[in-house]
Design a protein around this ligand. Structure first.
Ligand code: ADP
Ligand code: MG
Length: 692
């Protein structure tokens, strides 16, 4: 029997069972064998009945000494079975399962598993799982018993029997990892590990089996990631830049500040990439306010210095416009021609910009999505930078094929990506982290409050505005009920404007507004004409209003930690002390913990690691949305050390020319390789046509 055979060829699998298995996603023998237990019941340790602890799960073994069936009502039956050992007694109770009585009539000794409860002056176990076992057979039953996540109509023993049958017959579960990897990592063999997952001798064996299976999953995931990377690099000749010269130096000296250590390091990484033989594909992650823009300015100067053009795309008009303004300062008096293009650029102006761009008379083009339109044609595009890249969706890969050059690619994000994610989802990108902040920043004081504090906080907000500062009020947005959320943002806005702060100009932005309306309100806030801005989370990205000192978040429990951190990063950009106030009446334990973390931790990297652990790997960062396959045994969070090992081994094997394509295609299908590249590598720049 082969792994790829349908389960229907197994003994005991008829058409009906086949259907049930399919509901669990089990089609082939391989699916069945890798349908691993959710957990195990530990039947290895029998607890003497005298030592039982209420509210804990336990295994007991004893002699059946009494059996009583009661019918408190016609439709109800309770079966009480008393079993004893040398140290005490336990009563097993079953509700409405009168047929169980048979088994106890037939057997003298039973092994029982379940949660102990204390009641009626005795220990009892409700609905215990039992095996009838005579004392001489006991040792062979004392083991870990797998517990599967089952669907209706399949019982655990049935599943176990099918799995045992498959294990006995399968011929081609050969070792699929390189021999030396198995040796170096001291991994259990493949078949032995599958067997031990379903039927472990003890915890030590179970641990080794899980480690092997998890390693295998991570190994092939990494092989996929690395393969993708290699494919991207193959046959793509880099625009090889010269070591940085005069122009880069002048931009650097022109900054009104000294670069931080983190900024310098990130730019050194970028220089190395741009001077190399393979096109750069780098992610720069730096906390909000860490100064990514300056790094972008240097990188763009470098490409211009080498005779090429650069592009910088930002997700909103406000942000792109701000970048344009900043760059005009950064490049003031230097021979770098900067232009700005957005959806609102006038037709005649746009026409002129496109003409100059195609002629090579513009060096750096800054803008919004408008940059990706078909008729935006560069004379010789050499570097493409996306700011806040997670804001951009996946764009058609197709466009790449029509595009000539292979520009260097840099993506910048303030949403920190933990190492596990960087190695998996983003595994084919190089990552630079800007750690540390420019000097002179005060941490944003963060408070979590409930409704009893609300009035005091409003008073405080009023005082800050009187002192000339500005305030953000953010309302949550949940995709499922956009209408309702809008209503809540609007009503918050009306309440604040009419009742609480009638003396201050209050503005509102939300996702349903037209872009131009949104821009107008944001600009008014930017200019200080509005003192308070009520927003759904649209302001999350990049706006820079150094005069704002308070970030007030309604329904803070409905935001992720990373999102809250982003919001917090909107304030504390000026000299004055800034505050982030998280408002929520949710008393849920996890919520409280998250709020506490926000109050205590300022470092976005650390927060995102905590977020990952709190949320679990599946949910984090839309892990599944990135097209990552389900991991059956590995845990992307807890198995970081194993992931690093697996990556090293996969790299090593591929460097020696081992080819895993067949295995990868089998595991992930074509879709995996496509999707994995999606979000970050196959991005918008694919739409930009370069003439060179
Ligand atoms: P982000 O990484 O969030 O995009 P920005 O690039 O917008 O951050 O920088 C935030 C602010 O910090 C800007 O006002 C910028 O001028 C300033 N800044 C950047 N680098 C430095 C530095 N090395 N020293 C002092 N201020 C800096
Ligand atoms: Mg920025």
């Amino acid at each position: 029997m082969k792994l790829s055979d349908s389960v229907q060829y197994l003994k005991g699998v008829g058409p009906r069972m086949k259907e049930k298995l399919e509901r669990l996603g089990i089609h082939t023998v391989e699916d069945l064998l890798s349908y691993f237990p959710r957990r195990y019941q530990d039947w290895t340790k029998v607890t003497p009945m005298g030592d039982l602890v209420p509210d804990e799960e336990a295994v007991v073994y004893g002699e059946v000494v009494g059996l009583k069936e009661i019918h408190p009502r016609r439709s109800m039956s309770i079966l009480n079975v008393m079993i004893v050992d040398d140290t005490g007694a336990v009563v097993l109770t079953y509700f409405n399962q009168p047929w169980k009585a048979d088994l106890f009539h037939r057997s003298k000794h039973v092994l029982a598993y379940g949660k102990v409860e204390y009641g009626y002056n005795r220990n009892q176990i409700s609905n215990a799982e039992i095996e009838a076992i005579e004392p001489e057979d006991l040792p062979s039953f004392q083991k870990l018993v797998p517990v599967y996540g089952l669907t209706e109509g399949i019982k655990t023993p049935q599943l176990r029997r099918m799995i045992e049958g498959a294990l006995a017959l399968v011929e081609d579960a050969d070792e699929n990892l390189p021999e030396d990897t198995v040796r170096r990592e001291k991994l259990m063999g493949r078949l032995a590990a599958i067997r031990a997952m379903h039927d472990p001798k003890d915890w030590a064996e179970q641990r080794e089996a899980r480690r092997r299976i998890a390693f295998e999953e991570l190994f092939f995931m990494q092989a996929g990631v690395l393969l993708l990377r290699k494919k991207r690099e193959e046959g793509r000749e880099s625009i090889k830049c010269a070591p940085s010269g005069e122009l880069v130096k002048r931009v650097r000296e022109h900054f009104p500040f000294r670069l931080t250590e983190g900024q310098q390091q990130a730019f050194r990484d970028i220089e190395d990439d741009m001077e190399g033989l393979i096109p750069m594909n780098r992610l720069v992650q730096g906390d909000v306010g860490s100064g990514k823009t300056a790094v972008a300015a240097l990188s763009l100067a470098k490409i211009v210095e080498n005779g090429y053009q650069g592009a910088l795309m930002a997700p909103t008009e406000v942000l792109a416009g701000q970048h344009y303004e900043t760059f005009q300062h950064f490049y003031e008096g230097l021979p770098i021609r900067v232009a700005y293009l957005s959806g609102n650029t006038k037709t005649s102006e746009r026409h002129e910009i496109l003409k100059q761009l195609a002629a090579g008379d513009i060096d750096v083009l800054i803008g919004t999505h408008a940059l990706i339109e078909k008729d935006v044609i560069f004379a010789h595009l050499g570097l493409v930078i996306t700011d806040e890249q997670h804001r951009f969706g996946v764009k058609q890969r197709k466009a790449l094929e029509t595009k000539g050059g292979s520009p260097h690619i840099l993506v910048m994000t303030a949403t920190p990506i933990p190492r596990t994610m960087a190695l998996s989802v983003y595994g084919d990108l190089d990552v630079s982290a800007i750690r540390g902040m420019p000097p002179g920043r005060h941490p944003v004081k963060t408070y979590a409050i409930g409704s009893q504090m609300l009035q005091r906080v409003f008073n405080f907000m009023g005082r800050e505005m009187e002192a000339g500062h500005q305030v953000y009020v953010v309302c949550p947005l949940v995709e499922k009920s956009e209408k309702q959320d809008l209503a809540s943002a609007v009503s918050v806005y009306e309440e604040l404007r009419d009742r609480i702060f009638p003396m201050f100009p209050v503005g509102l932005v939300h996702g349903r507004m037209k872009n131009s309306e949104k821009e107008a309100v944001m600009q008014a806030f930017h200019r200080g004409e509005k003192k308070l801005l009520v927003a759904t989370s649209v302001i999350e990205v990049g706006v820079n209003v150094p005069n704002a000192t308070i970030m007030f978040v309604y329904g803070a429990d409905r935001f992720g930690l990373s999102q809250l951190h982003q919001l917090r990063g909107r304030v504390g950009r000026g000299e004055a002390q800034a505050y982030c106030i998280l408002y929520s009446d949710n008393q849920n334990e996890i919520t409280q913990l998250r709020m506490k973390l926000m109050c205590e931790i300022q470092d976005g990297f650390l927060l995102s690691e905590k977020d990952l652990i709190l949320r679990g790997s599946g949910e984090f960062f839309g892990y599944h949305q990135h097209g990552m396959p389900d991991l059956k045994a590995a845990d992307i969070v807890k198995d970081l050390p194993l992931l690093e090992e697996a990556r090293k081994e996969a790299q090593n094997a591929m460097e020696r020319g081992m080819d895993f394509r067949k295995e990868l295609a089998h595991r992930f299908g074509g879709a995996f390789l496509e999707k994995l590249g999606g979000e970050v590598t196959g991005d918008w720049w694919l739409g930009i046509r370069s003439l060179k």
